[in-house]
Design a protein around this ligand. Structure first.
Ligand code: ZN
Length: 233
């Protein structure tokens, strides 16, 4: 599996059989992402919740890629279907399989609304995703979230991800210290920080996350990803 951070919470995951998954496709308005919407050719987009910095450019990417399938919560999927986008609307706990990847929606402690719309419609519960690849490698994308105990009792104890992508920006999510606690509960082999330094309001030093991880979870390797760097697992 190949993982590429596109800045903020946007990640590209490419399976061993070439399934290209884009998570939280915030491209055009993402100051950290040098790519253009026209550069994006995913097979699947997964959206954790409705906020503009996660929903991102899904409509434009879907228009450029007619076979694209979007996996998101039921409420956002209804909204996207009205825009002509192919979706599978799921909810917390459910798992579907596409090619060689199983995709499960799990919980997140946050909010979800289509905040770019003038009426700010409700957009279901915010979620996270667990991707299980055919070699049983498991990647957990936490979405936007605060700490919650099921990070230990459900995500850590039952699903046991190998790699955890954790927000550290504070203001809307956990900060580096809390994300290190999350890592101690989830207990992955690798933790990668996300959702920081995109805007002044979420400025954080990812080195602080690495230091906290080394203190709290010595068996976990914190990787500070560079935007567009491909990391192979
Ligand atoms: Zn959010």
């Amino acid at each position: 599996m190949k993982l590429k951070w596109l800045g903020h919470s946007a990640f590209e995951l490419i399976s061993n059989r070439g399934l290209n998954i884009l998570v939280d496709p915030f491209i055009q308005a993402n100051p950290s992402c040098p790519l253009k919407v026209s550069d994006m050719h995913p097979d699947v987009i997964c959206i954790t919740h409705g906020h503009a910095d996660h929903y991102g450019d899904v409509i434009e990417i879907a228009r450029n890629n007619p076979n694209l399938m979007v996996i998101t919560n039921y409420e956002i999927s209804i909204h996207l279907q009205k825009e002509g986008v192919h979706t599978i609307g799921i909810n917390c706990g459910a798992e579907i399989k596409l090619k060689d990847v199983k995709i499960r929606m799990l919980d997140a402690k946050h909010s979800s609304s289509l905040d770019f719309n003038i009426n700010v419609p409700y957009a279901g519960n915010p979620g996270s995703f667990l991707f299980t690849f055919d070699d049983n490698l498991k990647v957990f994308h936490a979405g936007d979230t605060g700490l919650f105990s099921d990070m230990k009792f459900v995500i850590g104890d039952i699903y046991k991800p190998d790699i955890a992508l954790l927000p550290i920006g504070n203001i809307f999510t956990m900060d580096p210290s809390q994300a290190a606690i999350a890592a101690s509960w989830i207990n992955p082999k690798v933790a990668i920080p996300m959702h920081y330094n995109t805007f002044p309001s979420i400025e954080q030093d990812p080195a602080q996350f690495k230091i906290e991880i080394e203190k709290t979870v010595p068996d976990c390797h914190a990787i500070i990803a560079n935007v567009l760097e491909t990391i192979e697992f």
